[in-house]
Design a protein around this ligand. Structure first.
Ligand SMILES: [Zn+2]
Length: 453
């Protein structure tokens, strides 16, 4: 393919792609016979975006689920209406996503039955860590007699309908469903300009690995896929790459220091860096002590870093850790943070500028479906840190549009010999950065092959 008249690093150039790579960069390249031509008409050409933290299967499943949280659903009446109108899957189940307590409080099976008792319902908390099921679903799942960690029980031993971090177990009890449509997800990612993704789901089951590998093999999922949840003992299907090893420091119960040190050492010994889910101050303190003890390897990273006290920034830098964060949460639910997080911690939320300033590399990402997927919306959120109501969270942490875009590009560049994973915009880069929008994505190529439109 020959991309004509693209803007690259402020200059206009043609770009020739051959064998999946950038072969030539020069003005006025003659069209070779049989070569496809894309006229960029002065639009910018960039490396394709990398979303460094998302959840592919959950994202695909969310497409066929009913939204049960803001902005669509804000109160019990709206939740009742949404559940009543929701289509069921082949087995008659309703799957809700994005629930948060501000809608209808701390739900359990009994409370959910008051909202919808007719069909089995499972409702995912927007954090992704909790499922709430109604009475009909409690029966169908056999929760009363089930024995799995994460099944919450009341003082009488009866299941409450709340299941913590129990997705793998839940999957074994749910009726077999059609695999989620990863093709729709792949197409959506491509339309946004995303050419590579890092799936951050921990401990991926073999069935999930097979589904992802199948989608990559058929081209349904055209993006390059790296998995944090790839097993430590290898055995990854072709087409998938193992990334740093995901360790979750659950917000609801931290591990003992020795256990965490052992897990980090185990991953390092297996040749993997670690990617540690860390959203509270306590979790970050524990993680930094553990990494000091276990030692750090290149590629070790902190996922979310939702709260970083100022006094820990130097230690993050000293250890050479990367932070993979999600300023999109500020745009999506920043008002909740400002209400629920102690005021003294507001300056510590989803830091960007102070980390970069201290020399901590920062990758931006979506955490989709739990955070907004659109990378251009995330870039805007990193730049203005504005909530839905217009408040600004920790204004000192704002970064420039160029810095924010770099959070999706890393150090990749469009140069001779680089992989032809490219994004062509319909406008010059400066114009796009002044008002970032996915509408500007004109074409997306992965390995030189057009993935969108
Ligand atoms: Zn995540």
């Amino acid at each position: 393919m020959l991309i004509r008249d693209a803007e690259l690093d402020g200059r206009r150039t043609d770009v020739r792609l051959t064998g999946g790579r950038v072969a030539e960069l020069a003005s006025g390249l003659p069209r070779a016979s049989g070569e496809e031509v894309l006229d960029a008409a002065g639009g910018a050409v960039l490396p394709g975006l990398c979303d460094a933290h998302l959840h592919l299967s959950a994202l695909a499943a969310a497409e066929s689920s009913v939204s049960c949280g803001p902005p669509h659903v804000r109160d019990p009446a709206a939740l009742t209406a949404a559940l009543a109108a929701a289509p069921a899957d082949e087995a008659g189940w309703v799957r809700g996503v994005g629930y948060v307590e501000s809608v209808a409080g701390d739900l359990d099976a009994a409370a959910l039955d008051r909202l919808h008792a007719g069909r089995p319902v499972r409702l995912q908390h927007r954090s992704g860590a909790l499922w709430i099921v109604n009475g009909s679903a409690v029966d169908r799942l056999g929760l009363a007699t089930a024995d799995a960690p994460g099944i919450e029980r009341g003082p009488d031993g009866a299941p409450t309908g709340r299941l913590w971090r129990a997705d793998d177990w839940l999957r074994t009890r749910l009726p077999p469903a059609l695999p989620p449509d990863l093709a729709a997800t792949g197409a959506r990612l491509a339309r946004l300009g995303i050419t590579s993704v890092v799936d951050a789901t921990p401990d991926l089951a073999q069935s999930s690995l097979d589904a992802l590998a199948g989608a990559v093999a058929t081209g349904a999922l055209p993006q390059r896929v790296t998995l944090l949840g790839a097993p430590l003992d290898g055995g990854l299907p072709v087409g998938l790459a193992a990334g740093p090893y995901k360790i979750v420091l659950a917000d609801s119960g931290l591990p003992a220091l020795d256990d965490l040190v052992d897990r980090i050492r185990g991953a390092h010994a297996a040749g993997r860096a670690v990617a540690v889910h860390c959203v509270t101050r306590e979790a970050l303190v524990l993680l930094l002590v553990a990494l000091r003890t276990a030692g750090v390897v290149s590629g070790d990273r902190v996922e979310h870093a939702a709260v970083v006290p100022a006094e820990l920034i130097g230690e993050l830098a000293a250890l050479g850790l990367r932070v993979v964060t999600q300023p999109g949460f500020l745009a999506d639910r920043g008002d909740d943070y400002l209400r629920d997080v102690p005021a003294a911690d507001h300056d510590d939320l989803y830091r960007c500028s102070s980390l970069l300033h201290a020399g901590v590399p920062v990758s931006l990402s979506s955490d989709a479906p739990y955070g907004p997927l659109d990378p251009w919306a995330v870039v805007s959120a990193a730049v203005d840190r504005r909530t839905r109501s217009g408040a600004v969270v920790a204004p000192a942490e704002r970064i420039s549009p160029t810095q924010a875009l770099a959070g999706y590009l890393g150090d990749r560049r469009v140069a001779r010999g680089t992989q032809a994973d490219l994004l062509v915009l319909d406008r010059p880069l400066a114009e796009q950065l002044a008002a970032p929008t996915a509408d500007a994505v004109r074409a997306v190529l992965i390995g030189g092959v057009q993935a969108s439109p």
